[in-house]
Design a protein around this ligand. Structure first.
Ligand code: HEM
Length: 402
């Protein structure tokens, strides 16, 4: 049977897709729901854009999460790819069980007052400023503090330099030498793990201490898995929630009617809960699901995805699919039902979802209250988006008090 030809996306949509991927996603859903990006000498990457397909493929055993199946493909920094995001069962099950222990909802719920106190302290520092960068002053330090507390990262490593080292691994700043960046990252992890081995005092949940113990006592986790998992958790525990606050705040600034609902007299915890879900859907912090490849050929919409091809499940597109969400391009802080895929679906569903939801539910009301009436300090289409794979997030969100 002849394979149907694949139309090419219009250049103007491709040109702005870091800043605004949604017109491009709408084009894909309509014209090429299984769209191959073929690049010389590199594996084919299939872009899957419709809600039903993305959700079905998130649980499809024909897709593997092991990058080793794609010759020459290394998805992250060298020596740091042996973690649960890049594993199939039984390794995935073993690694996930070890990490999951720290994320039980009851334990996470206890962090509420700590999140609120940290958020208020950061916001108090901006009280006198007419201009505030919501990312640098609030979203970045708050979300990093939270994951550091859970992992048991010593206070002297909880700083902007550590954050920069981590973030450089997914969106290298111009002029940064990749070898130096990897060197810095390995030095950071060496230092962290050595401190845990030395058994220093730790006031938080200390997941990292528990993982170091697991690697030593029972050998249930190898040294490479330990280092990879520490790197993964530091990065995803921070970058994702930072993007939720940044993307969410931008969406609220651009939709004052919805902000008024959220800050008005009718607003209660119920509305805050649905608002966080809607902000997760509307501008999803994890734009594309993580690495997957076809372990066997898969036929979809008349196309044949070959064994070893990479399959990119576009969560940000699925969450704007009109076939699933009425008026999908409209922000509605009271939207119910809202079965978005912002945390994924199936066996790799986000381990940090309860923490992320709690951080959002605490952060947004405090942020809106402390900042008061603010507007964007730059036109929305001039805001700097980080050109990262997988994630969607702002490098800065400058606002000014009115
Ligand atoms: C708004 C914030 C967050 C969003 C939108 C988010 C989104 C996601 C998504 C979409 C996945 C599944 C990826 C896939 O199947 O390819 C995932 C997995 C994961 N998330 Fe999150 N996440 C968030 C916060 C967090 C936090 C705070 C942590 C805490 C450390 C975390 C830890 C993880 C881990 C460890 C996995 C891998 C699970 C597995 O492979 O079994 N996430 N997340």
């Amino acid at each position: 049977m002849p394979v149907p030809s694949v139309p090419s996306p219009p250049h103007d949509l491709l040109a702005v897709r870091v800043r605004d991927p949604y017109p491009y996603f709408a084009w894909l859903r309509r014209h090429a729901p299984a769209h191959p990006e073929r690049r010389d000498g590199r594996p084919t990457v299939w872009q899957i854009s419709r809600y039903d397909d993305v959700r079905a493929l998130l649980t499809d055993g024909r897709l593997s999460k092991e990058p080793g199946r794609v010759p020459g493909y290394v998805p992250g920094p060298a020596g740091l790819n042996r973690h649960l995001v890049h594993a199939d069962p039984p390794d995935h099950t073993r690694l996930r069980t070890l990490v999951n222990a720290a994320f039980v909802p009851r334990r996470i719920a206890q962090l509420g007052p700590f999140i609120a106190a940290t958020a208020s302290r950061l916001l108090d520092r901006t009280e006198q400023d007419t201009h505030v960068d919501v990312i640098a002053s609030f979203a970045a330090p708050l979300t990093f503090r939270m994951i550091c507390a859970i992992l048991g990262v010593p206070e002297e490593l909880d700083n902007a330099a550590t954050r920069d080292t981590l973030m450089a691994t997914i969106a290298p700043a111009p002029g940064v030498d990749p070898a130096r960046m990897e060197g810095d990252l390995h030095a950071l992890l060496d230092n962290l793990i050595a401190q845990k081995r030395a058994g220093g005092e730790c006031s938080g949940v200390d997941l990292l201490g528990a993982l170091v113990q697991a690697s030593e006592d029972s050998g249930v986790m190898s040294e490479e898995e330990l280092r990879s998992t520490a790197y993964l958790l530091l990065l995803v525990g921070h970058d994702t929630t930072m993007n939720l606050i940044g993307n969410g705040m931008l969406a609220l600034l651009r939709n004052p009617g919805q902000t008024a609902r959220l800050t008005g007299p009718q607003a209660g915890p119920g509305l805050v809960t649905t608002a966080v879900e809607e902000l997760l859907r509307y501008d999803s912090p994890v734009r594309d699901a993580t690495f997957r490849c076809a372990a066997e050929p898969i036929s979809l919409h008349g196309q044949l995805i070959g064994e070893g091809d990479i399959v990119s499940l576009l969560i940000g597109s699925a969450n704007r699919d009109e076939a699933r969400f009425p008026h999908a391009d409209r922000l509605d802080v009271g939207r119910t039902p809202n079965e978005h895929l912002a945390f994924g679906y199936g066996p790799h569903f986000c381990i940090g979802a309860a923490l992320a939801r709690l951080e959002g539910a605490v952060a947004f009301p405090l942020l809106l209250k402390h900042l008061g009436a603010v507007s964007l300090a730059k036109p929305a289409d001039e805001l700097p988006w980080r050109p990262a794979r997988v994630m969607r997030g702002l490098a800065a969100l400058p606002v000014m008090r009115n």
